[in-house]
Design a protein around this ligand. Structure first.
Ligand code: ATP
Length: 366
């Protein structure tokens, strides 16, 4: 699937959701404690792990700095974690910054000129760097050199500055937005996929061990199934279920406890939260499954257009519950099944739909 087409940037409103993939303020300290420290502890992403293992081992054997690495993938899949593992495996210090923090070429020059030999520079959201900084980065990556411009206008001069060899680890949720000259300068590109439930179960067991929480396999499976393929969400749900287990039960997480806790937080069996379900319900109950325009749908759920489009829809599309078509938003048969409703054409005159489901027929009807 190509999530690059969806807006997976930290969309407004996503941070506050229990199933939001971006990090909340309170997540960051706990996340640090739960981060795998080396490649063997890092769950899943077999391909990227194997390839990276080779790149790093080869560099170590040659006694050289590793090639620049680009990691692409949706928020919360482990890009920051992997960059820290790269530093640990290379026994090198790491400097962490992000595209939005580098708005002027001078900001980047200051960082680059203070790097030590072999240091890892982690540049998160690299697609959000300013153009002048990006151009400076091309030369730095290729020749380990930057031209610092002193003065302005006709009197301006470029002073070349040699840099120690370093490894840039760039992370992006939108690889398609990177200009080709920047993409081409990475020696290795790893694409992070969403995790399958069995992998998330391993993440949850590992985190439960670190948090000193007792959890049985069925409890871990229940949380994994609601974590939207994302370790960050799995860890967050685990912490909320732990609270419930501690306050309302004997502290042990079983399937029943996980189900009860996550229903308190309105996260359903497939990982949809209140907003996702409100969008689906409006689409099915008010518009017979669509097609309906985004603005109309947003008004129906009392949310901004952007919130529906950027916060709720990407996951609904990924789950195959909603389709974006040129004629508007359309529910798929899986959406009707998920909410336990019957599509109008199948329901007959007393069907649950409001009778506005004509478009449904053309797209998904028999
Ligand atoms: N493969 C993994 N195995 C175990 N835990 C993981 C894995 N990937 C991510 N995590 C956990 O998920 C949390 C989020 O990971 P991380 O911060 O690396 O994501 P990210 O892709 O950098 O997100 P963002 O794009 O928002 O910066 C971390 O605390 C880490 O504990």
């Amino acid at each position: 699937m190509n999530w690059d087409d969806d807006s997976t940037d930290a969309a407004a409103g996503d941070e506050a959701r229990i199933v939001g993939a971006s990090a909340e303020g309170d997540d960051q300290a706990v996340e640090a404690a739960l981060r795998p420290k080396d490649l063997s502890e890092f769950v899943g992403q077999e391909k990227v792990r194997q390839q990276l293992d080779l790149v790093l081992k080869a560099a170590r054997q040659r006694g050289a700095t590793a090639d620049h690495v680009l990691l692409s993938g949706a928020p919360g899949l482990g890009k920051t974690t992997l960059s820290m593992i790269i530093a640990a495996e290379m026994n090198a210090p790491i400097r962490i910054t992000s595209g939005p923090a580098i708005q002027h070429a001078g900001d980047l020059a200051a960082i680059l000129s203070s790097l030590q030999e072999g240091e890892i520079l982690f540049l998160d959201e690299i697609h959000r760097m300013s153009r002048p900084a990006e151009e400076m980065l091309y030369m730095a990556m290729e020749d380990f050199r930057v031209d610092v411009i002193v003065g302005k206008g006709p009197g301006a001069t470029a002073i070349p500055l040699e840099l120690p060899p370093f490894t840039l680890v760039g992370a992006t949720t939108r690889a398609g937005l990177l200009p080709p000259p920047l993409r081409d300068r990475f020696g290795f590109t790893g694409h992070m996929e969403f995790y399958d439930p069995a992998e998330l179960q391993r993440v949850i067991h590992r985190s439960a061990g670190l948090l000193d929480v007792e959890i049985d396999p069925a409890g871990a499976a229940e949380i994994a199934g609601r974590s939207r393929g994302t370790p960050r969400i799995a860890n967050r749900l685990l912490r909320r279920v732990r609270d419930y287990a501690q306050v309302r039960a004997d502290g042990v997480i079983t399937r029943e406890i996980a189900e009860a806790a996550l229903s308190v937080y309105e996260v359903d069996g497939r990982g949809l939260d209140r907003l996702d379900r409100a969008v689906l319900e409006a689409l099915l109950k008010l518009f017979g499954g669509g097609p309906v325009g985004l603005s109309t749908l947003a008004v129906a759920v009392g949310e901004e257009r952007e919130t529906v489009e950027e916060v709720a829809e990407p996951f609904l599309v990924r789950e195959g519950l909603l389709a974006r078509t040129p004629r508007g938003r359309v529910a798929t048969p899986a959406a009707w099944a998920h909410l336990g409703l019957v599509p109008p054409q199948a329901a007959g005159p007393e069907g649950t739909g409001s009778g506005a489901g004509k478009g449904q027929q053309g797209l998904f009807g028999a």
